[in-house]
Design a protein. Structure first.
Length: 407
């Protein structure tokens, strides 16, 4: 029901955008054409560059209005670009504005939006009015010109023609709305370089937060677990030392019990240290993914088939990310998918390494549904990787991680 309401809301927004967007399209188109015309005339004068700089700032503002309109009526959330820096000095600020790619792209958007706005208004308003006139054409003619008609076929053809054209109107409005969405995504969002910088900043912050959490976890586990075991071991050895030198001679029975306790505490401490270090760097990765992944899939509770095609060994950072990605995905398969079998494929070609995990479970996996896949995507983004999920309801689920072999 919620999805149906959202669908109806978007469809209603498309019609509203076609009607309400026309004045803003006319304003923006006229502004952009005036800027090009006046900028060309003033380009040979001292007022040319200041005029263009001021016009570009205005284009940015109009682009923001269009971006809000597209978001509210078409449901297309276009990410707002970063604000312009404000360096010291008028000349430096003017240079920043004149070289701003967002402003120039906004100006281009205003030019292209003008014909699209006119076409959208025509499809949503003008064409339905004409269709209404065609459908009622026989009635209008009889009211205005009673009597026999010299071309009665026109009366007979006008109504079907009007109905056919009217039926095509919703499709035309949807098509124009789709063009407007793509145009807004292309020209009103951040430039590719700015988007890339923002993604890297987000990935770096995520990686730093994850590393900080991991260090805190290690510190807490070492303090509460391993350190407490070592203290207990030291106390046991101290008691054993006391049992060696009593006044009546060594108490061998007590000494044997203390040594057995110390051996057990030592084994527990070693096991604890192995558990803690396993999350830092798996020993199996020393031989590469070709040796690590078979051991990982062999311990999965779900039967897993493995196919490897790794002619070159990626960087150790990439290998580590792929190993933990495979471990996380296989854990999800065992816990949440109700799958009977799974398959893991890893291949490296053209400087890219691709890991794919497939299962025949219930499907429905998606980013944002839980924290696991979202955190995995953020971890891969920190090493310039990407996570793709194809999991329709009912399955099968295919999760693909792609990273560069060299960073």
């Amino acid at each position: 029901m919620a999805e149906q309401r959202r669908y109806l809301s978007v469809r209603g927004g498309e019609w509203a955008f076609a009607v309400v967007g026309l004045p803003l399209a006319l304003l923006g188109g006229a502004y952009a054409l005036a800027v090009f015309y006046a900028g060309t005339l003033l380009s040979l004068t001292v007022f040319g560059l200041p005029f263009v700089a001021a016009a570009l700032r205005g284009a940015r503002g109009l682009g923001a209005l269009h971006r809000q309109l597209v978001g509210r009526l078409l449901g297309e959330r276009v990410e707002a670009p970063a604000r312009l820096p404000r360096p010291a000095g008028v000349v430096a600020r003017g240079r920043v504005v004149l070289t701003d790619p967002i402003a120039w792209r906004s100006l281009l958007y205003l030019v292209l939006r003008l014909p699209l706005g006119v076409l959208g208004f025509a499809a949503a308003v003008a064409v339905p009015l004409v269709c209404g006139w065609l459908i009622g054409f026989p009635l209008w003619v009889r009211l205005l010109e009673p009597g026999p008609r010299p071309a009665p076929w026109m009366d007979a053809a006008s109504t079907p023609l009007g109905l056919v054209v009217l039926a095509a109107v919703p499709g035309a409005v949807r098509a124009l709305s789709g063009v407007n969405r793509r145009l807004a995504r292309l020209l009103l969002g951040p430039a590719r370089a700015q988007r890339r910088v923002r993604e890297l900043e987000t990935a770096r912050a995520t990686l730093l937060a994850q590393n900080n959490d991991e260090l805190r976890r290690l510190e807490r586990d070492l303090h509460d677990g391993t350190q407490a075991r070592l203290v207990a071991l030291a106390i046991t050895l101290s008691l054993a030392e006391d049992a060696l030198a009593p006044a009546a001679g060594p108490d061998l029975a007590r000494l044997r019990a203390l040594m057995e306790r110390a051996r057990g505490q030592t084994d527990d401490t070693v096991t604890e240290l192995r558990r803690l270090t396993r999350g830092i760097h798996p020993v199996t990765l020393d031989g590469g993914l070709g040796e690590a992944l078979p051991g990982l899939t062999a311990t999965s509770p779900v039967p897993v088939t493995l196919h490897l095609d790794l002619p070159e060994r990626p960087d150790h950072v990439v290998e580590r990310a792929l190993y933990f990605c495979a471990a996380e995905l296989l854990t999800n398969v065992a816990k949440h998918s109700a799958a009977r079998s799974a398959a893991v494929e890893a291949s490296a070609t053209d400087g890219r390494v691709v890991l794919s995990v497939r299962d025949d479970g219930r499907g429905g996996a998606a980013l944002g549904v839980g924290t696991g896949l979202t955190g995995l995507a953020e971890r891969l983004a920190a090493v310039d990787g990407a996570l793709r999920i194809d999991s329709p309801p009912g399955g099968p689920t295919v999760v693909t991680a792609e990273l560069p072999t060299r960073l």
